[in-house]
Design a protein around this ligand. Structure first.
Ligand code: UDP
Ligand code: MG
Length: 341
């Protein structure tokens, strides 16, 4: 287990109190075959803890009947709350909605496909009560494909760790336990849910990493492919410059920028090889031009992406806009729709 000393000393103040209740937030997109077992395992993991608990399922516009299945279960079990989106908004928006409407002081986030083991929740909560603000899971023996999932995420984690000074092995692990008062402060847009630990760490949260189990997906398919790695790298750039935000400008301009840099790199290599080994006269050579122009274009595109991000941030913050729209709330005491959500 790696302990990460953030700015505050862990001895004293707020955040040390024992927790009174638990909200488990589960994003669900087309997980119909997993729902029964998921509910069973979550209940079996939460009941013995002996604290008040709720399970907040966020149906992210599923089209396989997951939303209806969750609604049906919620009618029979008052611990279950369901937020149903009008369409698919992505895992981050689902997470954000869950965090927005979770009511207890400890929040657990967990995947809906049973790849995380609900049995890990109890030891993570115990760790939180030792005086941490966030306990994040580390899927040390991750059960996903090597080439398109584990390797890219290993590289992304190294990059993130190196560029932020946050010694984390597995930023992408959804299984986390955190105190609600901190979570309430962070804004999540775009594809940012995986940066929650980093965002909290940068705000001085006391964070600790804990090894958790990870299981292969039994039913359904992963919703992500290798393209996600690029999104993570672009999001990381945004996080580094403007903590707490992500959005689409950086996706568009940043993507083009990175492409231009890559092009420039290749052209530079060709130029160097032609000049040094080939002895070619490079005056007016197209590779030389390409190498210089692409580098300049790359830099400008990235800058535009960053400026776009600032504008997106201003836009979202001003309007107080939520990154999702809700069709239905189930088992919420005060109907959030009536309350103006
Ligand atoms: N998910 C979601 N909205 C999406 C994609 C995924 O709510 O647009 C949920 C999905 O149902 C699952 C969790 O996010 O509960 C993680 O997704 P997945 O298992 O596909 O990701 P992986 O484990 O492959 O990283
Ligand atoms: Mg999964």
């Amino acid at each position: 287990m790696t302990e990460i000393a953030a700015s505050a000393e862990r001895s004293d103040e707020a955040g040390q109190e024992p927790i009174s209740g638990i909200s488990v937030v589960v994003p669900i997109y087309n997980e119909i075959e997993n729902i029964d077992l998921l509910c069973k395992e979550l209940t079996a993991a939460l009941e013995p803890i002996g604290k008040h608990y709720e399970i907040v399922f966020v149906d992210d516009g599923s089209i396989d009947g997951s939303g209806e299945a969750l609604a049906e279960r919620a009618r029979q079990d008052e611990h279950l709350r369901v937020i149903r989106f009008r369409r698919n908004y992505g895992q981050t928006a689902a997470m954000k909605a869950g965090l927005d409407f979770a009511s207890q002081d400890a929040i657990v986030t967990i995947d809906g496909d049973l790849q995380n083991d609900p049995a890990d929740i109890a030891p993570m909560l115990a760790k939180l009560e030792e005086g941490y603000d966030l306990v994040h899971g580390w899927r040390r023996h991750r059960q996903d494909a090597m080439l398109n999932r584990k390797l890219p995420s290993m590289i992304a984690n190294r990059l993130i760790s190196w560029s932020t000074g946050f010694p984390i092995h597995d930023l992408g692990c959804t299984l986390k336990v955190m105190r609600r008062e901190l979570v309430a402060e962070i804004e999540l847009y775009g594809d940012m849910h995986r940066f929650i630990p980093l965002l909290l760490f940068e705000r001085g949260a006391r964070c600790v990493e804990m090894e958790t189990h990870h299981r292969p997906r039994l039913h359904g398919e992963t919703k992500y492919g290798i393209g996600r790695t690029f999104v993570v790298i672009l999001d990381l750039l945004t996080v580094r410059f403007f903590l707490g935000n992500a959005g689409h400008p950086m996706m568009v301009f940043g993507g083009l920028g990175i492409f231009s840099f890559a092009l420039s790199f290749v052209a530079t290599m060709v130029t160097v090889i032609m000049k040094i080994w080939g002895g070619v006269d490079m005056t007016g050579n197209p590779f030389l031009l390409l190498s210089v122009l692409s580098a300049l274009a790359g830099f400008q595109l990235l800058s535009i992406g960053l400026i776009g991000e600032v504008l997106a941030r201003v836009y979202f913050n001003q309007r107080g806009r939520k990154p999702y729209t809700v069709r239905q709330f189930l088992n919420f005491e005060d109907d959030p729709v009536a309350a103006g959500a």
